[in-house]
Design a protein around this ligand. Sequence first.
Ligand SMILES: [Zn+2]
Length: 64
Amino acid sequence: MPLPMPFNPVSHVENRRLVEAAYGTGKLEAWERSHIHECQICQSVFYVLVVQVMGLDGSIAKEA
Ligand SMILES: [Zn+2]
């Protein structure tokens, strides 16, 4: 068994769910939060989305 924990690498959090969480319009399920915590791929995607939403300086981006 190469995997040390019950972790299904196929079941990444959907991008749509990450977008909703980044925009604050959706709430991640417990397994989604824990998955992001453990998955560098989802962490990277979520980080990019948060930066896009919040702006690089951490402020909310204005809609032009
Ligand atoms: Zn993932």
